[in-house]
Design a protein around this ligand. Structure first.
Ligand SMILES: [Zn+2]
Length: 597
């Protein structure tokens, strides 16, 4: 029986040209070897399993080759090459810094460097995971790295370049290895499958490539595993099964259920997935990737970022076109949130189910936050309510729209038009036509028959939203009058009749877009209005959404101040007049037992 050799070893590239996906590095190295301009220290950086150690070994073999090809490749036939290929060369030393990271380990290595190679031209030292060296080990190594003997080449490999000391970085020629693309991985796997006589569906290899995330070593070991399970016949289905991956079809089903707000359906589907042995975390992760893929499908510019099995591409495009981007963004957001808290959740199944509930209602949330009146209206008409919730007080303006629309849909009976508008703490100008319509006969009363009311209400609310966003409302006679009357009404409701009367008797003159004058006739009125400044200015600034709004209280001289026929009022006369205008003054005087001098 043949001894089984794993593909990762059996098909380890033997020369630069067979290294997958790193041609930018192999070409540079070949050129340097050909021109004999080789550096003495290299730093190979990049993710795991992309060929760093492989390239280092090929480099060691190539520089020692006795019959170097014109293209800069090793011959693989000379004595040196064959000893290298057999793993028996004395000119290559590998140190795994992950397990040998002490000063002593490095000293041992640097002691060896002093001896000339017995055969061949170069001694090559490969230090893997070099970032794991202790600081003192780094420092012990620095001297050798600085002045290496001419026959020594150091190749440092790391997955974490940022952990390498700058003193080391500055002494090395740095090569950044790329993550191997899925297409490169698939091509390589196809190649191996052909050589091994394995029948492999392309979809299966694509799944393997995707799941190995650019790590060829993982891709090859997965291939080996599945080949041994399936007796050399890789189908898409068997690959999914052995890799414990959910079929894409499940995600498409989830999407259509969630978009139809079919919570029950999606819970049942999750149960089905759960019973197949997929844990919640896998499902959440895969679902997030699925939505992400739909997201990149929406813009032709990001189509290249779509990482799916090729045969699924058209389906992705089709579904993405029917899915709204805000929904997808919301879904990805909810999923990442659920993934973050998954580990802490005690009841994992409930955690996933709760997420499905949120996703099932995501369309409503998305549309609530949308300003587009058509969507809002459509929602309630078409919307399917999966679970009845007890109604709770509505808060935001767009929620109010929802409420009204539903009332219209479900009960065609005439509803008081302005009823759904909850009383707001501060009067806002946009509401004026609804609440002040009685006071202002010129404003057409919203018709109570339905659509018209709704449209007007919506316009008003949207306008208010816009006003809040867009800034101050310019002063106008009409609006100022309305604001004024509201304040008077408020004062009256608070039994502040004095100020109500004084304000009612005052006039105003707009002087600019954000200032006006209050014209008063008497000193007393002037003083009363001035005393009311705090509350009045707050009310007006809120009404006009303008913090710079100001006013001045102006005392207008009496029309004929010098008229001798009207002598100045005595204190008693003043009191008389005041008590006529404000009966409360008399009450006050009597209650307190005051007397006029
Ligand atoms: Zn050779």
């Amino acid at each position: 029986m043949d001894s089984f050799v794993v593909s990762a070893r059996k098909y380890r590239p033997q020369d630069f040209s067979t290294v997958v996906g790193q041609s930018h590095i192999t070409t540079t190295l070949k050129n340097a070897i050909r021109q004999q301009k080789l550096a003495h220290a290299f730093l190979f950086c990049g993710p795991r399993g992309v060929g760093k150690t492989t390239c280092a070994r090929i480099l060691a073999k190539t520089v020692n080759c006795e019959q170097l090809g014109p293209n800069g490749e090793a011959c693989n036939t000379c004595t040196s090459c064959t000893t290298f290929n057999a793993g028996a060369s004395f000119n290559i030393h590998e140190l795994d810094a992950a397990s040998n990271n002490s000063v002593d380990d490095i000293r041992e290595l640097t002691d060896q460097v002093r001896f000339h190679p017995q055969a061949g031209k170069y001694k090559v030292y490969i230090i893997d995971e070099v970032h794991m060296l202790s600081t003192s080990a780094f420092n012990a190594f620095l001297k050798t790295l600085e002045e290496p003997p001419p026959y020594a080449i150091f190749i440092l490999a790391t997955t974490e370049k940022h952990k390498i000391l700058p003193t080391i970085l500055s002494r090395c020629q740095i090569f950044d290895f790329k993550r191997i693309t899925d297409a490169d991985t698939v091509a390589h796997l196809e190649d191996i499958a052909a050589k091994e006589g394995i029948h492999a569906e392309k979809g299966a290899l694509q799944v393997i490539a995707q799941k190995s995330e650019g790590c060829m070593r993982d891709a090859l070991s997965t291939l080996d595993k599945i080949v041994s399970f399936t007796n050399g016949s890789l189908t898409y289905a068997s690959t999914l099964e052995h890799m414990n991956i959910l079929d894409e079809d499940v995600f498409f089903r989830f999407l259509s259920l969630l978009q139809a707000e079919d919570l029950a359906g999606s819970l049942l589907l999750y149960d089905e997935v759960h019973r197949k042995g997929f844990d919640g975390e896998t499902l959440l992760g895969e679902l997030a990737t699925f939505f992400r893929n739909l997201m990149v499908c929406q813009d032709p510019r990001t189509h290249g970022l779509l990482e799916v099995v090729e045969s699924f591409r058209p389906r992705y495009g089709e579904v993405a076109a029917k899915t709204s981007l805000p929904w997808l963004i919301g879904a990805v957001h909810l999923l990442t949130e659920a993934l973050q808290t998954y580990r802490e959740a005690r009841n994992k199944k409930l955690h996933v189910e709760l997420l499905l509930v949120k996703l099932a209602y995501l369309s409503q949330a998305v549309e609530w936050s949308s300003d587009d009146p058509d969507t809002v209206k459509k929602k309630r008409v078409d919307g399917r309510r999966v679970i009845g919730f007890r109604s709770i007080p509505r808060l935001g303006p767009s929620l109010i729209i929802q409420d009204t629309t539903r009332e219209k849909d479900e009960t065609p009976s005439p509803t008081p038009p302005a009823a759904p508008v909850a009383p707001t703490p501060r009067p806002q100008p946009i509401e004026q036509s609804s609440t002040a319509s009685a006071a202002n006969p010129t404003t057409p009363r919203p018709d109570a028959s339905g659509i018209g009311t709704l449209n007007k209400l919506r316009e008003r609310i949207l306008a208010r939203g816009q006003a809040e966003r867009k800034g101050p409302i310019p002063l106008s006679e009409e609006l100022l009058q309305d604001a004024w009357e509201r304040y008077i009404q408020q004062a009256t409701e608070q039994n502040n009749h004095t100020i109500a009367a004084n304000l009612r008797n005052a006039r105003h003159v707009i002087t600019s877009a954000h200032s006006f004058e209050i014209v008063t006739d008497t000193n007393l009125q002037h003083r009363f209005i001035e005393q009311e400044r705090g509350g009045l200015i707050e009310h007006l600034q809120a009404y006009f959404n303008n913090r710079t709004l100001t006013y001045q209280v102006v005392l207008e001289a009496p029309a004929e101040p010098a008229d001798p026929a009207v002598p100045p009022l005595t204190r008693k006369e003043q009191y008389q007049r005041m008590s006529e205008a404000f009966p409360l003054v008399r009450q006050l005087k009597e209650r307190l037992g005051l007397d006029l001098e």
